[in-house]
Design a protein around this ligand. Structure first.
Ligand SMILES: *Cc1c(COP(=O)(O)O)cnc(C)c1O
Length: 385
C-alpha cells in the first residue's frame, strides 16, 4: 500500500463529506434557483451550507461566494478588485512565493496596464514587513500575500498587513488554501477584505472553491464570469449543490476537530523530521520551523536527485517543487526565493501530512527513505562520507 504524504497537493475526500453529498446527486437534485417546492428546499440547504462555511472563518453568510476552485477564487479576488479600482490606481503588491493561481493572475494584469511589486522573502520564507511598508504607494490599490505557503508551509504576517490596510487605502486579499484546516483562520482577526480557499485541500472534492468578500466590497468587485446572477451576481452559473454541501461538511468537521487535527498532524510531522534529521546525514529542513503550518515538511537531501529518490522510494507519495508545476523544468521558485543552493534545490522534496496518516506510516517511510538515500549516495561518484 502506498503511503500518501502529498496532502498539500490534494486530500482524500472524508467519508463524512462523501456521505453528506450523496442525496444531492440523487433525489435532492433540484435547481436552488427554481421557485417550486423542491427548488426552495435545496435553496435552504445551500444557505445553511453558506452559514457553516462562513462561521468557520468568522465571516457572515452573505460574505461567502461559492466558485469552481481555489484558482478561480484567487482570480476573482485579484482581477475583480483590480478592474474595479483601476481608475484610483494601478499598483499592486504581492510576494515572490505565491501559488501560480495568484502569480499568473498578476502576470495577466501586468499585460493589461497594471504594475506589480513582488516582495522578496527572507531566508526563513517570510516577507519583511519593512519591505512591505517601503513598497506601499499612494496608487497601491491591492495587496495579495498568501497566508501559508504550499511548498514550505511558512505563515506570512497577514495580520500586520491588515492593520496597515486600515490606515492606507488598499484592499487586502490572502490565499488561504493551505491554511484553512491547518490553523485557526479568522477574517476579522486577520483584517483581510478577501480570502480564498479550496475544497480538495480540506477533504472535500476537487472543483469547489470559496471566496470570502467583505460585505462592503460586494457592490464594487467586478465579476469575471457573467450569466444568471447566481451568488449575488459575483459568480454566475448554477450552483454546484452537492459540492457546496460537501465543502460545508468539511468546514463543519474543521470547526469541531481543528485542534485534534493539528495535534495529530504535528505529532506526525515532528516525528518524521526528528527521525530524518537524526538518521540520515546531510539533510536539512527548508523554511522557518516555527512560523509554519503543521502539515508540511520540505526536506533537502544533499547530493541526491529528488526524482531518483522518489523512484527508489516509490511507495511514498510526495512532491518535488509543487505538484501543479512538477512537470516544469524550472526549479521551485519558492526554494529559489529562500536562497536554497541551486544544486540542493534538485535534492528537495515536500512531504505533506494529513488527517488520515499514522505514526506507523512515518516509521515505515523513514526506513525506506533512509535505505534509498544510502543506496543512491553509494552509487554517486560525487558523494563522500
Ligand atoms: C492548491 C492551491 C491553489 C489552487 O486551488 P485549486 O482548487 O486546485 O484550483 C491555490 N493556492 C494554493 C496555495 C494552493 O495550494
Amino acid at each position: 500500500m502506498a503511503i500518501y504524504f502529498d496532502n498539500s497537493a490534494t486530500t482524500k475526500v472524508d467519508e463524512r463529506v462523501f456521505e453528506s453529498m450523496i442525496p444531492y446527486f440523487k433525489e435532492r437534485f433540484a435547481n436552488p434557483s427554481s421557485i417550486h417546492i423542491e427548488g426552495r428546499a435545496i435553496r435552504e440547504e445551500v444557505e445553511k451550507a453558506r452559514e457553516i462555511v462562513a462561521k468557520t472563518i468568522s465571516a457572515l453568510p452573505e460574505e461567502i461566494i461559492f466558485c469552481g476552485s481555489g484558482t478561480e477564487s484567487d482570480n476573482l479576488a485579484i482581477k475583480g478588485i483590480a478592474f474595479a479600482l483601476k481608475e484610483r490606481g494601478r499598483h499592486i503588491i504581492t510576494s515572490n512565493i505565491e501559488h501560480k493561481a495568484v502569480s499568473e493572475s498578476f502576470k495577466y494584469l501586468e499585460g493589461n496596464g497594471f504594475e506589480v511589486t513582488y516582495l522578496p522573502v527572507k531566508k526563513d520564507g517570510i516577507i519583511d514587513i519593512e519591505d512591505f511598508k517601503n513598497a506601499l504607494r499612494d496608487d497601491t490599490i491591492l495587496v495579495t500575500v498568501m497566508l501559508a505557503n504550499n511548498e514550505i508551509g511558512t505563515i506570512q504576517p497577514i495580520k500586520e498587513i491588515g492593520q496597515l490596510a486600515r490606515k492606507h487605502r488598499f484592499i487586502l486579499h490572502t490565499d488561504a488554501v493551505q491554511a484553512v484546516g491547518k490553523m485557526n483562520v479568522d477574517v476579522c482577526e486577520l483584517g483581510v477584505h478577501l480570502l480564498s480557499f479550496s475544497g480538495h485541500k480540506i477533504y472535500a472534492p476537487k472543483g469547489i472553491g470559496v471566496l470570502y468578500i467583505d460585505k462592503e466590497l460586494k457592490n464594487l468587485i467586478q465579476p469575471i464570469i457573467h450569466g444568471g446572477h447566481q451568488e449575488d451576481g459575483i459568480r454566475s452559473g448554477t450552483e454546484n449543490v452537492p459540492y457546496i454541501i460537501g465543502i460545508a461538511e468539511a468546514c463543519r468537521i474543521i470547526q469541531n476537530e481543528l485542534d485534534k487535527d493539528i495535534k495529530h498532524i504535528s505529532a506526525i510531522r515532528d516525528r518524521f523530521e526528528e527521525r530524518i534529521l537524526r538518521e540520515i546525514p546531510d539533510v536539512y529542513v527548508n523554511g522557518d520551523r516555527e512560523k509554519r503550518v503543521c502539515n508540511i515538511s520540505n526536506i533537502t537531501f544533499r547530493h541526491i536527485e529528488a526524482e531518483a529518490l522518489m523512484v527508489y522510494a516509490s511507495e511514498i507519495c510526495c512532491s518535488t517543487g509543487s505538484a501543479c508545476s512538477s512537470g516544469d523544468i524550472d526549479a521551485s521558485h519558492v526554494l529559489k526565493a529562500i536562497k536554497v543552493d541551486p544544486v540542493d534545490i534538485h535534492g528537495s522534496i515536500r512531504f505533506s501530512f494529513g488527517r488520515f496518516n499514522t505514526i506507523q506510516e512515518v516509521d515505515t517511510a523513514v526506513d525506506i527513505l533512509k535505505a534509498s538515500a544510502q543506496k543512491l549516495r553509494e552509487m554517486s561518484p560525487l558523494y563522500k562520507k
